[in-house]
Design a protein around this ligand. Structure first.
Ligand code: F1P
Length: 346
């Protein structure tokens, strides 16, 4: 799954991302706002980018479903930059959204996987993700590669705008270089996750919870499960649970909580307690060495420790593996799920 993270992806993408942005450096640096348009998994990568660009570079970001954007009358100004994210580069809604934005004077930057694709050709500039072809229909390594490129963009903007200390940026880059090895390690969770999949393969519903950068990861985990195993799954910001989804929790509800160590950790721990109090079955994704959550969650999956900004690259992996194993156990075709098209071109 994670071929794209093995080897030299980070170094290669650093070069490519920087050189394509450099041409429009001033527009990026002075952007009033960045709008991100995408669908499905790419939209989730866009949400990660929203959190990172706002946090690191302090530019306001809005993330829009491209499939909705073109059916309203969005406000787009000339000083806006629109980032269109698409694995296939052929998604009709994303193409239509960027054309609409382009007609109103925005600069369009593409993050695509397929070289020479329709979306790549319609943009003013862009960065290819070079994740190699997705063998299956559901995006997995494309997500990893998109998040990598978008993180690099956030870092580049932080550097240009002076919103981050040089030493902090340097440290983040050093930590990014360690990500491929940590991804390798996370992939070794395979057998452990297979055993958990065996226990939950007949469930009809799943809830996924995460805070901050792990909220888009929760959405992505739920989407992967829906796409390839046809189990109903919903992702929520962990704090949103008490505003409705909590009513669904009983002894039959698996709740996947992404609870890695970050500044909202304590809050997520109390969310886990709330789920346990209602007898929900907690599968927690935690940072290696966590001693608190194993005391309260039924199942615990440890991912390597990483800089907070880079955690989505690791926390998504167990969720992809969980969906994969459940789908295989249910006899689903993971490469060609029913009703799904590789590129949604209409
Ligand atoms: C968007 C997307 C994928 C999903 C499926 C349908 O594709 O929603 O995320 O897994 O393949 O299309 P793209 O614009 O990223 O190619």
């Amino acid at each position: 799954i994670m071929d794209s993270m093995r080897g030299r992806l980070v170094a290669e993408n650093t070069q490519l991302t920087m050189s394509s942005i450099r041409e429009y450096e001033n527009r990026f640096k002075n952007a009033n706002r960045i709008l991100i348009v995408a669908c499905g998994t790419s939209w989730h990568a866009g949400l990660v980018a929203e959190y990172l660009i706002e946090e690191l570079a302090r530019i306001p970001v809005e993330v829009e479903y491209a499939s909705e954007f073109r059916y309203r009358n969005p406000i787009i100004n000339e000083g806006d930059i629109v980032i269109a994210i698409s694995q296939s580069g052929e998604t009709a809604d994303t193409l239509a959204a960027l054309e609409l934005a382009k007609s109103k004077g925005a600069l369009i930057f593409g993050v695509c996987n397929v070289v020479g694709s329709s979306i790549a050709r319609a943009t003013d500039a862009g960065a290819y993700t070079h994740a190699g072809p997705e063998i299956g229909v559901a995006s997995t390594k494309a997500f990893t590669a998109q998040v990598t490129v978008l993180t690099l963009i956030a870092m580049m903007l932080a550097e240009k705008r002076g919103t981050m200390e040089k030493s902090a940026l340097h440290q983040l880059m050093l930590e990014m270089e360690q990500i491929p090895a940590k991804v390798e390690k996370a992939l070794q969770l395979d057998k452990e996750i297979q055993a958990i999949a065996e226990i939950f393969k007949d469930s009809s519903n799943f809830i996924y919870l995460g805070r901050g950068l792990n909220f888009p990861v929760a959405l992505e985990g739920a989407l992967k499960l829906k796409e390839i195993s046809y189990i109903h799954a919903e992702g929520y910001p962990a704090a949103e649970m008490k505003h409705g989804p909590i009513a669904l929790i009983d002894e039959n509800m698996p709740v996947v909580v992404i609870a890695t160590k970050d500044n909202s950790y304590e809050k997520v721990v109390s969310n886990i307690q709330e789920v346990r109090a209602r007898k929900g079955r907690v599968i927690a994704i935690v940072t290696e060495g966590d001693t608190v959550i194993p005391e309260m969650a039924e199942f615990v999956i440890e991912v390597p420790e990483a800089h907070e900004a880079l955690v989505p690259l690791l926390s998504v992996i167990p969720l992809q593996l969980l969906s994969y194993h459940i789908a295989v156990m249910r006899g689903c075709n993971v490469d060609q799920p029913r009703n799904l098209a590789k590129s949604v071109t209409v």
